[in-house]
Design a protein around this ligand. Structure first.
Ligand SMILES: *Cc1c(COP(=O)(O)O)cnc(C)c1O
Length: 471
């Protein structure tokens, strides 16, 4: 399997080559040359596998430059009961009204990003060790992605992480999660200011090409294809635990921001998994819902992006969306390139001529929620079932209700556990969100952080002084 760019300007690459890269050299995103197809017989055979071995079967279709036994060892190392707290790795949790939650938040940071990031940690270590080199991951976080990356990379050979976070702007729980890590290869840098200040420093350093090359600077952002491939697995898993025979269909509803999670569902459907509908759910930041409703894609700036009670979906420029558009225009890279050129010029593009295909050929549904609706949904689910859901998952449940069909299980992707968003839970239910036993009292653990001046020069000097050595 080789990888191309959505904009057509990259020579074919192997999986482990794109693994450590960000954007393709032409500004596009890496995409597999062909979408592998699965048969009904394979789907049936995969029912009895462990989650780790299911992951191996699916990933080997995308990863042909890691020997089979090594790849299997990597998926088995990533998807272990000790890491995810249960043998199922991803449990199914029925709620009410024909809806079940697909439990993607059982990993160390209690959000679905662990599903891909845990595998990425092992893939990075493996590839860097083989190549005898190392990488310094530089990023900025306001909570979720940074902690998932740190928990995935802690103790990994050849990988060091330098994560900038805004001083005093995260919840006590989030701070404890990240700053209590004592691993020598994990560095939490706190910056006076807000998240955008952290992000600006990272962008400035990432555009310094000499620095980037000399210190092997990498990122683990959501455009990484390996993350998408790892996420494809849980759609197959969700289907197999909600059905009995190979022809039965399921639908999924996906609380969305950067379009990474639901893109993996789209890939699974293109591979032949019997998915009836893929329902995109957004919050008040509804750029994607607007596209599916109207055919017009109009990303917004920071000034038009609302701060909501489902903050991980407060995104107005979905970094993975280009991969879906590539399929929508018949995998025509020249067309994608032209669309993104008109986007740069006009601030939008129009695919309304193809609107019938969004629901028809590609099976999409769409909807939004607002704060009051998420609160009402958290209350209704709690009253009916006793289950507490987080505000992102509540957005999914609210939107899913309109797409429930007789005989088609509806699975809402549980993208975080409620303890991460305790304030909203208290507002909705007047109770403290339940917390997994392993995280009792983490706020009392010793913390290790390095305050730095809010300048690129200060961060650069810190990184040079603390960089890792080759694996
Ligand atoms: C990242 C995240 C999302 C959005 O997922 P995308 O892949 O960016 O669409 C939704 N909910 C939670 C809790 C998240 O952390």
């Amino acid at each position: 399997m080789r990888y191309l760019s959505t904009r057509g300007g990259m020579a074919p690459q192997a999986f482990t080559d794109i693994l450590l890269e960000g954007l393709a050299p032409d500004g596009g995103l890496a995409i597999p040359e062909t979408i592998p197809q699965v048969t009904g017989a394979q789907l049936t055979a995969w029912r009895s596998l462990s989650y780790a071995d299911l992951a191996y079967e699916i990933l080997r279709l995308f990863v042909t430059d890691i020997p089979a036994d090594d790849l299997r060892a990597l998926t088995r190392a990533a998807y272990r009961a000790e890491v995810f707290g249960n043998e199922a790795i991803v449990p199914l949790k029925p709620i009410d009204g024909g809806v079940s939650l697909l439990g993607l938040s059982e990993g160390p940071t209690l959000a679905f990003k662990d599903m891909a990031m845990q595998l990425l940690g092992h893939l990075f270590e493996y590839t860097l060790t083989k190549r005898g080199t190392s990488i310094n991951i530089l990023g900025a976080t306001s909570g979720d992605t940074g902690s998932a990356a740190e928990y995935a990379m802690r103790g990994k050979q050849g990988v060091s992480v330098f994560m900038l976070s805004p001083q005093g702007r995260m919840s006590a729980f989030q701070r404890a999660q990240m700053y209590s890590l004592q691993d020598a290869n994990i560095h939490n840098l706190t910056v006076p200011g807000v998240f955008d200040d952290c992000q600006d420093i990272v962008k400035e350093l990432a555009s310094d090409l000499d620095f980037k090359a000399k210190y092997r600077i990498g990122a683990v952002n959501s455009i990484n294809w390996a993350r998408i491939a790892a996420q494809v697995v849980y759609y197959f898993h969700g289907w197999r635990i909600a059905t009995r025979s190979e022809n039965e269909q399921v639908s999924f509803t996906v609380p969305s921001g950067n379009f990474g999670n639901i893109l993996a569902g789209h890939i699974a459907r293109q591979m032949g998994l019997p998915i009836k509908r893929l329902v995109l759910a957004t919050n008040e930041n509804n750029v994607l819902e607007e596209f599916f409703r109207t055919g017009i894609y109009r990303p917004r700036g920071a000034a038009e992006t609302h701060l909501t009670s489902s903050p991980s979906m407060d995104i107005s420029k979905a970094s993975n969306f280009e991969r879906f558009v590539f399929d929508l225009v018949g995998r025509d890279a020249a067309r994608v390139k032209a669309l993104w050129e008109s986007l740069a010029k006009d601030g939008q593009f129009d695919l309304s001529a193809q609107h019938d295909e969004f629901a028809g050929k590609f099976g999409f549904g769409w909807g939004t929620s607002n704060h009051a609706e998420r609160i009402a949904t958290i209350r209704a689910v709690h009253a009916a079932t006793g289950v507490v859901i987080d505000p992102h998952t509540a957005d999914g449940v609210k939107v899913a209700r309109d797409f429930v069909e007789e005989g088609v299980p509806m699975l809402v992707l549980e993208t975080a556990l409620p303890v991460k968003f305790g304030e909203t839970i208290e507002e909705a239910l007047g109770i403290v969100a339940p917390r997994p036993a392993a995280l009792e009292g983490i706020e009392q653990l010793p913390q290790r952080v390095s305050p730095v001046e809010p300048t690129a020069a200060a961060v650069k000097a810190f990184l040079i002084a603390h960089q890792g050595s080759p694996a």
